[in-house]
Design a binder for this molecule. Structure first.
Ligand SMILES: Nc1ncnc2c1ncn2[C@@H]1O[C@H](COP(=O)(O)OP(=O)(O)O)[C@@H](O)[C@H]1O
Ligand SMILES: [Mg+2]
Length: 479
């Protein structure tokens, strides 16, 4: 089956022009990577192909015939299925029932025939799936496999995977890649959406790069990583900063036998850790293993249940969700810039807004924040510029401890580099950084020390040189 998209435009009702005339072919039996930064339009384009969004203009052809899928079922009838980034199985149903039920249809009886065919598909792909358990009880990797089997069961010939590795452990990523190769051998086409270059280099037969709603380039192997990045982000200016010197001796954070409960569930279980001067300790793990509770207890947003936390020399905090936890979106840059440092700008209880404005202007300048002005509302800034404001505000506290929770999540490549560079510079200048991340590349790039968190516990801990990716991957999966 050959699929062609022609001159696709998409303008959302809020005026966002997400796609500006993208044309693309997908051939039978190929793995096509759709590469691009956050916001490039990848998901939108594939949601149009799979019937979830309507294009504003443009055409879709399957084997030369014009088609207009109106919903996901329509697209599936044409042989097109999409596995979404945030999986879309129905909680409360078993895995098998989820395969049986199609969007917009009522649940029919799960027949022995269906079970037999589903199990056969799974077996051919080498999947082990607990078909009779509620999907909510299954690990994310297994849920993803259920969705793949479901698509194939209903006759998909083109499978679209939207950033499929974000929910997987390194081990699960490996087996996903094997599955993709097997699908290809058997004649299926796969569109693989990602913003990660190494994944592209490993599995794609062809790469189409989207940038700001336009197709910016197309490549076939052998790939040149630098050119892929350039096609994604335009020119690359990276000022690589080196790690200078070894970590010091003096601790800036000590945590001993820390327990945190969420209701009656122990979500942090006896955690011990130390961050020293000039040290970046990266806590890695699949999200949801207690990292959020750990971080928020250390910075005092949550109550500890038991244990000791000592912070020496003050702390700065870059939370994982800047919009909810770090900024007040309706307020101006100036008001946001002085959150937590009102005292520095106050005289006899009154804030000097002039001084606050000067401070903000300095942040805007120093951190390259693109904003209409210091008094415009933070809501008007792009995500990257919001994060620069948070990082700038926090690093300007001059604290000895920086707690950075997913500091680059959702940022474009250039801003990611920039934030990582700032963290490294802060470390080199003598601060300690507690970096909590689910991005292993980031951890290996920055960390002096790596700790793996799994189900509330630190299950491995050591200098980065001794913490190989194999070991870390295993520990992340609880092996
Ligand atoms: N439902 C929507 N309404 C308005 N804007 C949207 C919607 N979905 C996506 N966008 C915008 O369209 C652009 C492309 O988004 P998306 O296709 O999700 O990018 P990608 O998948 O490449 O990260 C972004 O600017 C995004 O904010
Ligand atoms: Mg997307």
């Amino acid at each position: 089956m050959k699929v062609s998209l022609r001159e696709i435009h998409k303008v959302f009702s809020d005026g966002t022009h997400a796609l500006r005339g993208v044309s693309l072919d997908i051939f039978p039996g190929e793995v096509l990577a759709l590469l691009g930064e956050n916001g490039a339009g990848k998901t939108t384009l594939m949601k149009i192909l799979s019937g979830i969004y309507r294009p504003t203009s443009g055409e879709i052809y399957v084997d030369g015939k014009r088609v207009k899928p109106k919903n996901a079922r329509d697209a599936l009838k044409l042989g097109i299925a999409m596995v979404h980034q945030h999986l879309s199985l129905i909680p409360g149903l078993t895995a098998l029932e989820n395969v049986a039920v199609l969007e917009g249809a009522s649940l029919s009886q799960v027949s022995t025939e269906l079970r037999r065919r589903v199990e056969k598909i799974a077996e051919e792909l080498g999947f082990e799936i607990e078909w009779d358990r509620d999907v909510e009880e299954l690990p994310l990797g297994m849920r993803q496999r259920v969705e793949i089997v479901k698509a194939l069961y209903w006759g998909a010939q083109l499978l679209i995977l939207d950033e499929p590795t974000t929910v997987l452990t390194p081990h699960e990523v490996k087996s996903l890649f094997q599955v993709i190769k097997r699908l290809k051998e058997q004649g299926w086409s796969v569109v693989y959406i990602t913003h990660k270059i190494p994944e592209v280099m490993e599995i794609a037969d062809r790469v189409v790069v989207l940038r700001r709603g336009l197709k910016s380039a197309e490549f076939s192997p052998p790939y040149d990583a630098k050119r892929l990045v350039e096609a994604m982000v335009g020119e690359v200016k990276t000022e690589a900063v080196e790690k200078l010197g070894k970590p010091g001796e003096r601790p800036v954070l000590e945590v001993k036998d820390l327990w945190v409960y969420d209701g009656d569930r122990a979500v942090v279980q006896g955690v011990d850790l130390v961050v020293r001067e000039r040290e970046i300790l990266a806590i890695v793990g699949v999200e949801g293993n207690g990292q959020e509770h750990l971080v928020e207890t250390i910075v005092g947003v949550r109550k500890r249940s038991r244990g000791m936390i000592k912070i020496y020399g003050g702390y700065a905090y870059i939370p994982d969700d800047r919009q909810k936890k770090a900024l007040v979106l309706e307020m101006s840059l100036v008001e946001n810039a002085i959150i937590g440092k009102e005292n520095e700008f106050a005289k006899r209880g009154l804030i000097s807004w002039q001084r606050a404005e000067r401070f903000t202007a300095k942040l805007i300048e120093e951190f390259g924040i693109v904003a209409p002005g210091p008094w415009s509302s933070v809501r008007q800034l792009s995500g990257g510029n919001q994060q620069k404001l948070v990082v700038g505000r926090e690093l300007s506290r001059g604290a000895k401890l920086i707690v950075a929770h997913q500091p680059t999540r959702g940022l474009d490549v250039a801003t990611t580099e920039y934030v990582q560079t700032l963290l490294m510079k802060t470390r080199n200048a003598g601060a300690g950084v507690l970096l909590v991340t689910s991005d292993l590349d980031e951890a290996y790039k920055l960390a002096d020390t790596i700790a793996v968190m799994y189900r509330g516990k630190i299950v491995a801990y050591g200098p980065v040189e001794e913490m190989g990716i194999e070991l870390v991957g295993k520990k992340m999966a609880g092996l």
